[in-house]
Design a protein around this ligand. Structure first.
Ligand SMILES: [Zn+2]
Length: 292
């Protein structure tokens, strides 16, 4: 009898409910949330570039190597967003799976300070977000086959939420006259948003925050704001607000607040998840485009 009880408690201890979560790493906060949504309680996600921080100009730190050393998978955006990625992986000798969540995205190129470069900000369309979710589920299944049914179910439920919000954003923006759908932001982070939802974004900085805007570009943008009567001017949560503030001051246009471009907010700031970030952004954009 005692032996039987011992066998039973051993079975309970080794049951999946008690298994330690799978350690995984995400390169930046938006992706960290998406991996958490798909992984649920089966994964422990660590994010390298946190809320309100700029991934373009991030410098890897010694603790990143320690975190990667423990991880079974490293989820990254790719498309050149994490310029420091190869250096970090090489320096740490990371042997786990590197999962590029933008795989399969229909990319576009943009003029970035005189040279054409691939726009990395694919998460700014909820259609691409659904593709990210499918890639995350696939990546998690590869390192934790036992949890694959859970990941697949979580991914399907989450993708359905993204799809519903996508429909809502499309309808809200379609109600704004096309000529009014023009927005100024600090850097070209909204190219995929522009394509998906039919809004024109203009920015003094290119697709990375690394390059500085030239005085000529800035002057041209100020003229354009005046001539076309652009009413929607936004700073970004993770980049220097001064250029857009200057455009507002020189054109008399009103600042519409901060859009979440390349990072989520802190937990108490209302854009702490990918879904909330999107709700926040389109909730600010639509009234601003309408001139309210
Ligand atoms: Zn960016």
């Amino acid at each position: 009898m005692r032996a039987l009880l011992a066998t039973m408690s051993l079975a309970l201890l080794t049951g999946t409910a008690l298994a330690a979560p799978v350690p995984v790493v995400a390169s930046f906060s938006i992706l960290g949330d998406m991996v958490q949504q798909v992984g649920g309680a089966r994964v422990a996600v660590t994010t390298i570039v946190g809320p309100n921080a700029d991934t373009h100009v991030y410098e890897p730190k010694p603790q990143d190597a320690a975190v990667l050393g423990e991880a079974q998978a490293f989820f990254v955006n790719g498309l050149g967003f994490e310029g420091w990625l190869d250096r970090l992986v090489e320096a740490t000798g990371f042997k786990g799976a590197v999962v590029t969540v933008s795989d399969g995205v229909k990319t576009h190129t943009m003029d970035d300070g005189g040279r054409m470069a691939t726009d990395p900000h694919a998460w700014q369309s909820l259609g691409n977000g659904q593709l990210y979710v499918a890639n995350i589920a696939k990546g998690l299944c590869a390192v934790d086959a036992e949890g694959c049914a859970t990941y697949t179910a979580n991914a399907e439920a989450y993708a359905a939420q993204l799809e519903a919000l996508d429909t809502e954003v499309k309808a809200a923006i379609a109600a704004v006259p096309e000529a009014d759908r023009k927005v100024i932001t600090t850097h070209d982070a909204f190219g995929y948003f522009a394509e998906a939802y039919g809004v024109t974004f203009l920015a003094p900085e290119g697709i990375s925050t690394e390059s500085e805007a030239s005085a000529t570009d800035l002057a041209r943008l100020i003229d354009q704001v005046k001539q076309e009567g652009v009413k929607a001017l936004f700073v970004e949560n993770m980049s220097d607000p001064r250029l857009v503030q200057q455009i507002a001051a020189e054109t008399g246009a009103k600042l519409g607040g901060a859009l979440y471009a390349d990072a989520l907010s802190e937990p108490d700031e209302g854009a702490a998840t990918y879904l909330d970030m999107f709700r926040h952004n389109f909730g600010l954009l639509v009234p601003a485009l309408e001139g309210k």
